[in-house]
Structure formats: structure tokens, C-alpha cells
Design a protein around this ligand. Structure first.
Ligand code: I3S
Length: 128
């Protein structure tokens, strides 16, 4: 087994570039502002970076680049949201605190992988 088989260090599930906009904060609607974001799914969190220098799979580790924000996936909800944007391949992530994000990629296979991987984490947390 690995030196960290007891799970002290959270597990990196996925990292990559996605278009992102926050559309609600605590249930209050926000104006869209799409930006390319380096997104890291690690442990129970989705972590967003905007500095291009942080575009590596280790960016979430302590001492590396500072995240722009971080989303706790416990109790979060995902849904496809092509009705919420003129862009294709868009899904919405809603946190328990009422923050809402749209995530998008021009590549359908890629956005489907993100959707599936995030949903798996949400499902795992639901069972805990
Ligand atoms: O859903 P909306 O409000 O039509 O979203 C579009 C606007 O936010 C627009 O910004 P301004 O209204 O500040 O010009 C953005 O540039 C668009 O990207 C938004 O729509 P899409 O369909 O790209 O999500």
C-alpha cells in the first residue's frame, strides 16, 4: 500500500482547464463573468486557480499557488445546464451554501468526464 493509505493526504482525482463562471452566491444571482480556470478535484473539494502558473497537478498542495476559490462538494448538486448559456457542454454545480457555478468545455468528452468524476465524489460523500 502507499505511504498514505490512511488518506491523510487528499487524493487528486482530476485536474484541467475549464471555462467557469459563478452565477449565484448564497442564492443571490450574479452577473456572469466567464474565465478560463485551472480546476483541480482533490479529496472533497473542487479548487479553482486563475494564475496560469498554477496549471499543474500539484497546484493544490500546501505551499504552491494560492487558489482563487474552493468548493466543498458535500451535498452539492450537478445538472446539465445547456439552457443557462449559449455555450455548449455546460453543467451547473450548486453547493449546499447556495453558490452556483457553470463549467464548460468545447470538448464534449472532456466535460462528460468532469461531470462523471465530480458526481462520483458527490455520491461517495452522500454515503458517508
Ligand atoms: O445569461 P446571459 O446573461 O445572457 O450571459 C451572457 C452575459 O453575461 C454576457 O455578458 P454581458 O451581458 O456583460 O455582455 C457574457 O459575455 C456572455 O458570455 C453570457 O452568456 P453565455 O451564453 O456565454 O453564458
Amino acid at each position: 500500500s502507499s505511504p498514505d493509505s490512511e488518506g491523510v493526504t487528499p487524493e487528486l482525482e482530476k485536474a484541467g482547464l475549464l471555462n467557469k463562471t459563478k452565477i449565484a452566491e448564497g442564492g443571490r444571482k450574479l452577473r456572469k463573468n466567464w474565465n478560463l480556470s485551472w480546476v483541480v478535484l482533490v479529496g472533497n473539494s473542487l479548487v479553482f486557480f486563475k494564475d496560469p502558473k498554477s496549471q499543474n497537478p500539484d497546484s493544490w498542495k500546501p505551499g504552491n499557488s494560492r487558489p482563487e476559490s474552493s468548493v466543498d462538494l458535500r451535498g452539492a448538486q450537478l445538472q446539465w445546464a445547456n439552457d443557462l448559456s449559449s455555450k455548449k457542454n455546460v453543467f451547473k454545480l450548486r453547493t449546499v451554501t447556495g453558490n452556483e457555478f457553470l463549467l464548460q468545455s468545447e470538448t464534449e468528452t472532456l466535460i462528460r468526464e468532469w461531470y462523471r468524476t465530480i458526481q462520483n465524489v458527490i455520491d461517495r460523500l452522500d454515503k458517508e
